[in-house]
Ligand binder design. Structure first.
Ligand SMILES: [Mg+2]
Length: 300
């Protein structure tokens, strides 16, 4: 791993991006203001595949993709292959992303979907077809529920009085804790997004503490702080680095020909694992910055 600590940098300037290139032996660190012209230093021509995180990167947390993003994404598909990896289940990808994506069916063949942290892979061929699925056993899922219960008790965590939908959801290949419930944004819209942010402000350290305790209780499984209010548990070794490996294997595209774009490329973030694959990556603060990255490809 080369200079992973650099991924922790936070950037006070809103329109500043850092791109780490580890496709060669040296670290290429370009600080790029999206307004300025040295964007030319990124060799977008050498990127055959753009891999996006979903939540917080292509969409506002648990919210439907907006029409601007849909248009840009469609135009990107006309010139590049695109993969999307997210912690959300396939239904979430359907509702918030695929149903909002207005693009010719022909282009959908260039889009590859990896829900639940790439434990599922769907591709388009006369409809969305499952390519693989890596599921947790009933025993593992029972162990996870017990570990959550014990962890809540140990740290003295109390669920909010009002929650929306399931707090601990079985996504078959992943069990996910969502502090306010799976449906909070679906039910409350932007207010739900605000409630989630407020929860995180109050419980950021506690969430990380719970993640660490859970990992100790579930040594054979993988526990990650994810999303805003979520903790994901999957089989061991399942993270976005695993996803990058799967993408390489199934699409036959080498890592050096990929670019990853995500909002959680920092220690403890659920995009951080991609760093160890050596893929070039860009950390964004949200969908608005992601749009600028897409425009960068479109304008060349
Ligand atoms: Mg994200």
């Amino acid at each position: 791993m080369i200079f992973p600590h650099l991924a922790n940098l936070q950037f006070p300037l809103k329109k500043t991006y850092v791109i780490y290139s580890k496709s060669t032996d040296f670290l290429l660190c370009l600080i790029i203001n999206m307004k300025i012209s040295n964007l030319g230093k990124i060799d977008t021509q050498k990127k055959d595949l753009i891999v996006f995180d979903l939540d917080g990167t292509l969409i506002k947390t648990k919210s439907p993709m907006d029409s601007d993003m849909s248009k840009l994404f469609s135009r990107l598909l006309a010139i590049r292959k695109v993969a999307v990896i997210g912690g959300g289940k396939y239904q979430v990808f359907q509702d918030l992303f695929l149903k909002r994506l207005k693009c010719p069916k022909l282009l959908l063949k260039k889009l590859f979907i990896f829900p639940t942290t790439s434990t599922l892979f769907y591709r388009f061929s006369n409809g969305w077809k499952k390519v693989y699925s890596i599921e947790l056993s009933a025993r593992e899922k029972a162990d996870i529920r017990r570990a959550f219960k014990e962890t809540f008790a140990e740290v003295g965590y109390r669920h909010p009085q009002k929650t929306y939908g399931q707090i601990i959801e079985d996504r078959k290949s992943q069990v996910t804790f969502s502090a306010l419930g799976q449906e909070v944004v679906k039910v409350l819209g932007n207010r739900g997004v605000e409630l989630k942010k407020q929860w995180l402000l109050r419980n950021k350290d506690l969430k990380m503490q719970m993640t660490r305790i859970l990992q100790k209780k579930l040594p054979k499984l993988e526990v990650r702080a994810a999303g805003v209010t979520s903790i994901d548990v999957t089989k061991k070794g399942i993270d976005k680095a695993y996803g990058i490996g799967k993408i390489q294997q199934h699409l036959k595209i080498p890592v050096k020909r990929m670019l990853f774009v995500g909002d959680a490329i920092f220690e403890g973030g659920n995009d951080y694992a991609v760093v160890r694959t050596g893929v070039d990556y860009i950390k964004v603060s949200g969908p608005e910055e992601t749009k600028k990255i897409i425009k960068l490809f479109l304008n060349r």
